[in-house]
Design a protein around this ligand. Structure first.
Ligand SMILES: *Cc1c(COP(=O)(O)O)cnc(C)c1O
Length: 413
C-alpha cells in the first residue's frame, strides 16, 4: 500500500494549497525545511522506504485497522431521525485499535523512519494532551532515537498518565513554564530548540499544521487510513461511502481519511470542530467554522484571533481539539467547497461518547465523540440505503475520569 501523493498534486512547489500553507518561519529554519522536503521526496520514490514503512504499519502498529458496521448505533440514529424511514448505515474506521490507541502513531512511525534516513539521532516534539508525545516516544523507542518532548507545565500536571508513559518509553519530558503553560508555549519552546539543534535533530510535528512540508508529510503518512477504508468499503458493501465524518483538531485524522477520496466527487466530506461551550471567542476551538484567515505556527490558514490580531485563547472538552489553528489544506478544501465543516458542543460530544459506549461497546476518545455526535444527526437525514463512514480516531481510556467528573457534575444540578 503506497502513499498516494501521485494522485494528490497539492501543495504546489511553494508549499501552497491555493492561498493557504507556505513557510512563515525564521531564516535559520529555511534550510532545514528544504532538506526535509528533499529527504521526504527521495524516501517516497524509494521502494525500500515504502516496504519498511508498510511492514512496520502491519506488524508494529497493527494495520490494517478494522472497518466495523455499527449496527446498534445505526438503529439508534434511525430512532432519532427527524425524517421517518431515514437513517444511513454507520461504519467505523477503527483507528482506536492502532498501537497506542489512536491514529497519531501512523505519522510518528513514518517521520521517525525518515529521521533515521536523514542520519539524525535526536527527535523533539511538542504535546498538549500527551497523545502525540506518547506516539513520538513510542516511535523513538522502536528506532533507538533520543527523544525530548516539550509540554506545558499545566498540561504536565493535567495529563500525568501520559507523562509517565513517555518517561517509561525513555523520553525526556520538559515542562514549559512560560506563558499559559500549555500547548502554544510548548510549541514555541520546541521551535527554539530546533533552531539551535537542527543539524542532528528532527522535529516530529503531530498534525497537518506548521510550515511546508509538514502538512503534506503528515497528510501522506495518515492517508493510509483512507486508502484502507476505500478498499474495505468496496469489499463490505460494494461501493464508496456516501459521506465521511471526522473530527478536526489540527486536522490529521480527517486529512488522512479524506485525501484518498478527494477525487471521488460523490463522497461528501465533513469535518467536525470543537464547538466548546458557546460561539463566543475563547469558549470554543472552531477556526474553520468561526475563525478567519491568518498566520499561525509557520503557515497561513484559518485561525482564531482577537480584533487586534493576537491568537485567541481556546476551549474544548477534549484536549486534542483545543488548538486555535487548523491545517492549511482544510482551509483550501473549505473555501473550494470540497469539504464542509461544522462544530459540535462539549455537551453533545459527551452525550455521544456515552451513546457509542452503550450501543457498540466502543469507548472512544472525547475528540472522536465530536464526529460521532454529528454523524448520528446526519445519518438520520440520509436514506437507508446510503452509507456513512466515521473515522474513529482514538480510544477513550485517557478521558474516562474527565467524562465521569462532568457527567456527575451534570446530574447533581
Ligand atoms: C490528537 C487527536 C485528535 C486531533 O488531532 P487531528 O490532528 O485533528 O487528528 C483527534 N482524535 C484523537 C483520538 C487524537 O488523539
Amino acid at each position: 500500500m503506497n502513499i498516494p501523493t501521485r494522485e494528490i498534486c497539492l501543495p504546489d512547489s511553494r508549499g501552497r494549497f491555493g492561498d493557504y500553507g507556505g513557510t512563515y518561519v525564521p531564516e535559520t529554519l529555511i534550510a532545514a525545511l528544504k532538506e526535509l522536503d528533499e529527504a521526504y521526496d527521495a524516501a517516497q520514490r524509494d521502494p525500500a522506504f515504502q516496504d519498511e514503512l508498510n511492514a512496520l504499519l502491519k506488524d508494529f502498529v497493527g494495520r490494517p485497522t478494522a472497518l466495523y458496521e455499527a449496527k446498534r448505533l445505526t438503529e439508534h440514529a434511525r430512532t432519532q431521525a427527524k425524517t421517518a424511514g431515514h437513517g444511513a448505515t454507520i461504519w467505523l474506521k477503527r483507528e482506536d485499535l492502532a498501537h497506542t490507541g489512536a491514529h497519531k502513531i501512523n505519522n510518528t512511525m513514518g517521520q521517525a523512519l525518515l529521521t533515521q534516513r536523514m542520519g539524525k539521532k535526536r527527535v523533539i516534539a511538542e504535546t498538549g494532551a500527551g497523545q502525540h508525545g506518547v506516539a513520538t516516544a513510542t516511535a523513538c523507542a522502536h528506532f533507538g532515537l533520543d527523544c525530548v518532548v516539550y509540554m506545558g507545565a499545566e498540561d504536565v500536571r493535567r495529563q500525568h498518565l501520559n507523562v509517565v508513559r513517555m518517561k517509561m518509553l525513555g523520553a525526556e519530558v520538559v515542562p514549559v513554564e512560560g506563558g499559559s503553560r500549555t500547548l502554544k508555549d510548548a510549541t514555541n519552546e520546541a521551535m527554539r530548540d530546533w533552531m539551535a539543534s537542527v543539524d542532528d535533530t528532527h522535529y516530529i510535528l503531530g498534525s497537518v499544521v506548521g510550515p511546508h512540508p509538514f502538512p503534506k508529510i503528515v497528510r501522506d503518512f495518515q492517508s493510509v487510513i483512507g486508502i484502507e477504508a476505500k478498499s474495505q468499503c468496496q469489499h463490505a458493501f460494494g461501493a464508496l461511502p456516501d459521506c465521511i465524518v471526522a473530527c478536526v483538531g489540527g486536522g490529521s485524522n480527517a486529512a488522512g481519511i479524506f485525501a484518498p477520496f478527494i477525487e471521488n466527487a460523490s463522497v461528501k466530506l465533513i469535518g467536525v470542530e470543537a464547538g466548546g461551550r458557546s460561539n463566543t471567542l475563547g469558549e470554543h476551538a472552531a477556526p474553520l467554522t468561526l475563525g478567519a484567515p491568518g498566520v499561525l505556527h509557520g503557515s497561513m490558514s484559518y485561525v482564531l484571533q482577537t480584533q487586534d490580531g493576537q491568537t485567541a485563547t481556546v476551549h474544548s472538552i477534549s484536549a486534542g481539539l483545543d488548538y486555535p489553528g487548523v491545517g492549511p489544506e482544510h482551509a483550501y478544501w473549505r473555501d473550494s467547497g470540497r469539504a464542509t465543516y461544522t462544530a459540535v458542543s462539549d455537551d453533545e460530544a459527551l452525550d455521544a461518547l456515552v451513546v457509542l459506549a452503550r450501543t457498540e461497546g466502543v469507548l472512544c476518545a472525547l475528540e472522536t465523540a465530536h464526529a460521532i455526535a454529528h454523524a448520528i444527526t446526519l445519518a438520520g437525514t440520509m436514506p437507508r440505503d446510503q452509507h456513512l463512514l466515521i473515522n474513529c480516531s482514538g480510544r477513550g481510556d485517557k478521558d474516562v475520569n474527565e467524562a465521569d467528573r462532568l457527567l456527575t457534575a451534570r446530574h447533581s444540578h
